[in-house]
Design a protein around this ligand. Sequence first.
Ligand SMILES: [Zn+2]
Length: 260
Amino acid sequence: VSEDRFLELAPIAALGALDEPERVDFERHLPACASCRAELESHERVVSLIPLAWAAVGPSTEVRRRVVGRRSSTSAASWIPLAAAALTIVSAVLLLQMRSERNLAVEDAAAARAETARLTQQQSEIRRELALYQAGFTQARTIQALVVRSESRFTRLSGQGPQPQSQARVVWDPKSREAILVASGLHAAPAGKAYEVWVIARGAPVPAGVFQPDQSGLAVVQLRAVDEITSVKTFAVSVEPAEGVPAPTGPIVLAGSAGP
Ligand SMILES: [Zn+2]
């Protein structure tokens, strides 16, 4: 194996079949390298015999076109055996094939990388979906546990003002302060807005969570555990800035008494 990568280009250069950037590099390298000059010279002598050896090899029309365009100025050197000429041409053609296969391998690698990226993407989408399912499952278990607990209380919230079609249920455990609100029939919140849940006991409404309904207008919201829920009188939902606010400012869309 030669350290001089230009040496292996010599037969291709003699055939006039180098890529333009390679040809420029090779010709820049030649004046400084006697062995490449000698190699090129010997291959050029061989190339001059190509008309004689051509029929035995039959390279592609592209190689033929390039070679034929080049050979006319070279004089035939009849002392080189025809077999050697044929051999050199065969090796040059093989080199050309190897180079194009190498380029194909580079394309294969790019395709493999693209496929890997696609699979990685798919995998992370599946993981995200799985995480959503798991969150949904956990939430379902939490609701189930809360619903069957003997301490739990329930109430119904009805649609108010701008959204009479909406309704909701809240189930909560005054001891553990866990609470879940399930709302349906809600419109999508206006841009930059969200729905905020309020727990109202004796004093001012206390924020218990911000949510967005899904496309069907449904929302299942695990409420923030707040002390006021131990003596809650009213649950309410209003339209507020999406990040939530400490006290209600927007229109109330759902409200319901927590009962006695
Ligand atoms: Zn060299």
